[in-house]
Ligand binder design. Structure first.
Ligand code: LLP
Length: 414
């Protein structure tokens, strides 16, 4: 987290004191570093310099239009999975020809919206979906560019809930039948233009070998297709690049990843598409929260915070580790369960975590919360969602207002 660190005992995001942000905007508060977003994006981009490429930011990770805009200015396109995400991407003025659309359940309305918006291509996940796209494209008197998302049956060695490239997962179409499917599409579906091959094997992958295995399988498929006169223009290797959450665990080696991918694609006429999300946003954002009470029982100390599982669900959903730092230093250490006010035992950020002693009123920074943090937040327990702030050097900009009680009931009909 290059631009989020301590200077003279105070936590800073770029040039702004985190404590000042808590006081100025209140908590719970999501804060992003513009510099971190740009640097992470360019770390991927720079390591693929030798290749013709398009990096499509996976906007489910962190969907605020302002964040999408920052990445668009660096040249990014978008990976989307819903009509809502397409709407956001277009609002951020991302060029439609840089938008790729994945997801197992695209509806007819969503397909029509995407075709009318002239997106680059659909990453298709089933035969009925391709048939529907063909039909709708025909109705609109257009052709739809597609890639088939292949399921290569590769183990990504990550949490089971974020593994997507194994046979038993709902994603993609088994690589064993994809060549025949492409041939059939070419023969029978007049409104489909075969454009690419897509593959996304999972998220938070920190080893190179699963990517390499998947890439080899996809390249074999592309060679097989070429022999049958089906020429593939783009190879989309998905997202999945893992970041550092724990102080002693390493992120993916992006240089090695770049070398591996470049060496395999350098002498081919394929354009590489990647869909990184977490790698760009994860360590660019923190969730700030205030301790409301410290509650002691006979067996535990609970630090009860004003943020809860509705703000950041990753710990309870994936047993995910997020590093937590109190803004106030103390030499005394204590063990806490750090929990929110929601009425669920799963409402926690950490269990039995040793921290410098905290008291009611102290602020905590929950790190690595930029990816799948705010975007997975909800209003559970009728809790208004947190505000989002962007830090740019010594400026802080409100990019999403804290929700109000009125916002909570706005769509309801009385
Ligand atoms: N492309 C596709 C088709 C995806 O489904 C995803 C993420 C990505 C790209 C971006 O993957 P990334 O680069 O961020 O790993 N909520 C979970 C992660 C779910 C990932 C969903 N798909 C979490 O908090 O860990």
């Amino acid at each position: 987290m290059e631009n989020i660190n301590f200077k003279q005992n105070k936590l800073f995001i770029e040039k702004i004191s985190v404590e000042k942000l808590c006081k100025d905007y209140g908590t719970p508060l999501y804060v992003y570093s513009k510099k971190n977003l740009i640097e992470a994006f360019n770390r991927i981009n720079d390591n693929l310099k030798k290749l013709d490429r398009l990096l499509c930011f996976s906007i489910k990770t962190c969907s605020n239009i302002n964040i999408i805009k920052i990445l668009k200015e660096q040249g990014a396109g978008c990976d989307i999975v819903s009509g809502g995400e397409l709407y956001r991407a277009l609002k951020a003025k991302v060029a439609p020809e840089k938008i790729v659309y994945a997801g197992v359940g695209k509806t007819a309305e969503e397909i029509e919206y995407a075709l009318k918006s002239k997106i680059l291509m659909f990453n298709c996940e089933s035969i009925p979906e391709i048939e529907l796209i063909n039909k709708i494209a025909g109705k609109l008197k257009t052709t739809a560019r597609i890639a088939i998302r292949v399921n290569p049956d590769v183990d990504a060695h990550t949490h089971s809930k974020i593994t997507t490239g194994k046979k038993e997962n709902k994603f993609g179409i088994s690589i064993d039948i994809v060549a025949d499917l492409y041939k059939n599409i070419k023969k029978k579906m007049k409104n489909i233009e075969i454009y690419g091959v897509h593959c996304h094997i999972g998220s938070q992958i920190t080893e190179i070998s699963p990517f390499e295995k998947a890439l080899d399988k996809v390249l074999n498929l592309i060679d097989e297709l070429e022999k049958c006169g089906i020429s593939i223009k783009t190879l989309n290797l998905g997202g999945g690049l893992g970041i550092q959450y724990m102080p002693d665990k390493k992120p993916i080696d992006i240089k090695k990843y770049g070398q591996m991918v470049s060496s395999k694609l350098q002498n081919r006429k394929l354009k590489l598409i990647l869909e990184p999300g977490r790698y760009i946003a994860g360590n660019s954002g923190v969730l700030l929260t205030k301790v409301i009470y410290v509650k002691e029982t006979t067996v535990k100390k609970f630090a009860i915070t004003d943020a809860a599982m509705n703000d950041l669900i990753r710990p309870t959903l994936y047993e995910a580790y997020h590093h937590i730092i109190p803004l106030k230093k103390s030499n005394k250490k204590e063990k806490y369960d750090i929990v929110g006010p929601v009425c669920e035992s799963g409402d926690y950020f950490a269990k039995d975590r040793e921290l410098p002693k905290v008291q009611s009123g102290d602020y905590l920074a929950i790190l690595s919360a930029g990816a799948y943090g705010f975007s997975m937040s909800s209003n559970y327990n009728s809790r208004p969602r947190a505000a989002e702030i962007l830090v740019d050097g010594n400026k802080s900009i409100l990019i999403r207002k804290r929700e109000t009680y009125q916002d909570l009931v706005k769509p309801e009909q009385i």
